[in-house]
Ligand binder design. Structure first.
Ligand code: S3P
Ligand code: PEP
Length: 440
């Protein structure tokens, strides 16, 4: 379907940020493997988090929406046993695939995970290799280190090291399952450690569910280190065998999803208040506030909301997205709508997402006449585009980010109805700030 937006009149207003996708996945999975009943308030119910729900149910947890669908009741599995006789289809969700691979290693029987065409391109080799030292018996059925992945029982924990340069989800995965394993986990991340803030989120929620972790993790990225310092830098995690304690948990708002309405107002001009975004959040994508400030908006962050004012005149910026790869499509689009050059660096890992987002964002902007230089770890965008047609390549973040170009140009997004992966009420939220979308 083709996605287009039209400005109704004034753009701006007050909205609530949708719940965090990353915290919802973690809350569902941890609650499913905890010791009793948990209630998750305000979870994100999207295609990706439904993959986590489905996978956890296969391992015996009971999950239902309650209180007019605003909360999830999760009764943890008693014996970790995969009841599904066929491959579990995780559709588009990389987070579910990576985290559930280690969890499945705790099961007393085997599991096969697969997914859509995009998920079957997501790398798994680093997790399989490091997990091997812990008894994780995971094999790529096609022999290409990608799904379908068959996991056999045997994750007993122990000591291992991991390469942190491709995906932090491997580290979150070993940590979340390591806590429940027979021997606990001693894990060392070697060299580069991208998307570190997502591991900070993992530790944060594990601790809230009663697990103690010893670690020297600091969310300061390695982005400012030279190559020698990166090689020497490492991070340790030490986890004794423990249990997750069931509880009530409220999911905070999502800075990645909020980046679209915030950027819409930044591009168009106007004022917006986004509630449910927390100043003390561990989300790396909080950096969108600094980026929009540097581009010329006035953005203030309060305890639990953000206010942005813009005159619609943006200037290019230099940004390092080492800790916030999901912002790449948003920042590329902001750059295309700004005066001057926007340089995005530090984000080679954006190439291993639903699509190679550096290549796809560069190619789609070029179709609109935008001058773009692609680097191995980012891109340079020189502001200025024409109207035209682009494709999302089925990538939810490219669809949502590129739809914002419509604020100043006529841009049709082919395969644009894919936002339900992470932001099912995207159209409704954008309508609340004065943007009318059309799906043709
Ligand atoms: O753990 C998570 O919830 C996520 C980690 C990030 O992936 P990488 O660690 O692969 O960069 C991010 O891009 C993804 O959307 C969600
Ligand atoms: C990369 C993403 O998610 P996942 O890795 O869970 O597919 C995303 O939401 O942009």
């Amino acid at each position: 379907m083709i996605l287009k937006i039209r400005k109704l009149n004034k753009v701006g207003g007050e909205i609530k940020a949708p719940p965090s996708k990353s915290y919802t996945h973690r809350a569902i999975i941890i609650s499913s493997f905890a010791d009793g009943e948990s209630i998750i308030h305000d979870p994100l119910i999207s295609e990706d988090t439904l993959s986590s729900i489905g996978a956890c149910e296969s391992f015996g947890s009971k999950i239902e929406l309650i209180n007019d669908d605003s909360d999830l009741k999760i009764i943890a599995t008693k014996n970790i046993e995969n009841s599904s006789t066929e491959a579990i289809d995780l559709k588009n969700s990389g987070t579910t695939l990576r985290i559930m691979t280690s969890m499945a290693g705790l099961s007393c029987n085997s599991t096969v995970f697969t997914g859509d065409k995009s998920l079957r391109t997501r790398p798994m080799g680093i997790l399989m290799k490091s997990g091997k030292q812990l008894g994780l018996n995971a094999k790529s059925l096609r022999g290409d280190e990608k799904p379908p992945i068959k996991v056999k029982p045997g994750f007993v924990g122990g000591k291992t090291a991991i390469d942190g340069s491709v995906s932090s989800q491997f580290i979150s995965s070993l940590l979340m399952a390591g806590a429940l394993s027979e021997n606990g986990l001693k894990l060392e991340v070697k060299g580069d450690f991208i998307s570190k803030s997502y591991v900070a989120m993992t530790l944060d929620i594990m601790e809230k569910f009663g697990v103690n972790i010893n670690s020297d993790l600091s969310t300061k990225g390695h982005e400012n280190c030279n190559e020698y310092e990166k090689k020497c830098a490492s991070t340790f995690f030490d986890l004794k065998p423990q249990k997750y304690i069931s509880r009530e948990y409220t999911v905070e708002g999502d800075y990645s999803s909020a980046s679209y309405p915030l950027s819409a107002v930044a591009i168009n001009g106007g004022e917006i208040k986004v509630k449910n975004l927390f100043k003390e959040s561990k989300q790396g994508d909080k950096i969108i506030i600094n980026i929009l400030n540097q581009m010329g908006c006035e953005v203030s962050i309060f305890e639990d909301y953000v206010i942005l004012k813009s005159n619609g005149m943006l200037r290019g910026v230099d940004v390092n997205l080492y800790n916030s790869p999901d912002l790449l499509p948003t920042v590329a689009v902001l750059g295309a709508m700004a005066e001057g050059t926007t340089k995005i660096t530090g984000v080679r890992h954006a190439r291993f997402k639903e699509t190679d987002r550096i290549a796809k964002c560069s190619a789609e902007l070029k179709k609109l006449g935008c001058h773009v230089n692609e680097f191995h770890d980012g891109m340079e965008v020189i502001g200025g585009i024409n109207s035209g047609t682009v494709t999302s390549h089925g990538d939810h973040r490219i669809a949502m980010a590129f739809s914002l170009l419509n604020l100043k140009h006529e841009v049709a997004i082919e395969n644009g109805d894919v936002f339900s992966v992470s932001f099912p009420n995207f159209l409704e939220v954008m309508a609340e700030i004065g943007l009318d979308f059309e799906l043709i």
